[in-house]
Design a protein around this ligand. Sequence first.
Ligand SMILES: Nc1ncnc2c1ncn2[C@@H]1O[C@H](COP(=O)(O)OP(=O)(O)OP(=O)(O)O)[C@@H](O)[C@H]1O
Ligand SMILES: [Mg+2]
Length: 288
Amino acid sequence: MKNQAHKLSQIVKNDKPSSKIKFIAVTSGKGGVGKSTISANLAYTLSTMGYKVGLFDADMGLANLDVILNVRTNKNILHLLKGEADLKDIIIEITDSLILVPGDSGDDIFKYGDSFILDKFYTQIESLDYLDYMIIDTGAGIGPNVQTFIDACDFVAVVTTAEPAAITDAYAMIKILSDKKEAVFMILNQVKNKKEAENLFDKFLQVAKKNIQNYQTIEMLGFVNKDTTIEKCVRTRSLFAQKFPSISPSEQLRNVATTLIEKMEHKVLSKKEQSGFGNFFKKILKQF
Ligand SMILES: Nc1ncnc2c1ncn2[C@@H]1O[C@H](COP(=O)(O)OP(=O)(O)OP(=O)(O)O)[C@@H](O)[C@H]1O
Ligand SMILES: [Mg+2]
């Protein structure tokens, strides 16, 4: 198993084009569906496939990424923006190819759009451009802060469970996103099995086709089963994809990662827009 995973990671690594960093927002309509769990474990999974990955916490909810990753963060992006810390003081190395950038949910970050130390901020933050992927764990819902982060990202993945309220809220979110984004990816979390995930997505698309003009943008990335091991890992502050690589949810998340990579590479070919950290924060800071 380990050997196979290693081989796969080598293949993916060798095929990797010299791409620019891609920003992926992970969001949801309803809260508590598994955004942070998926963000952290997806970032880890991508990092085992030969990519350099960063995680940015843009949601200051209860189960922050630092809790899930079992690390202590004293300083965050705000300290960097205020000139009170250097980048190296805020970044936390989770593994050789995965870092956490402690973030801020937006209320404060957006105030620093005309800060006089912005040049220094940009110089420092651009040193993270060596990353291949940046996963942004946003808050839930269609509020302005969440939308700002999503707007600044190249790609967006909406997480939902099968619960009717979660589906309804995901639908409202996706309706808005489909007008703005070239692609809106969906991840079905806490499902019973593949069949349930496919049925849900089919039904979702049927309704979308009738009511969402740009329904073609909606693409299924994959699903993750409901599994008590995941709950245990969240409670004990470990990554299920790292601790239990052979359980079904870990394999399902590898499928999500592979599909995401394929879809992104495909879309990026037609994209000329500048990427990179400087550009990401310019979009965020100038908006307010
Ligand atoms: N596939 C799964 N199987 C079982 N439990 C899960 C699964 N995914 C997430 N959970 C559980 O659901 C709970 C909420 O997860 P998480 O904190 O990741 O959600 P969230 O969408 O980030 O929430 P919030 O909106 O508050 O930020 C956690 O206790 C986690 O253990
Ligand atoms: Mg969360």
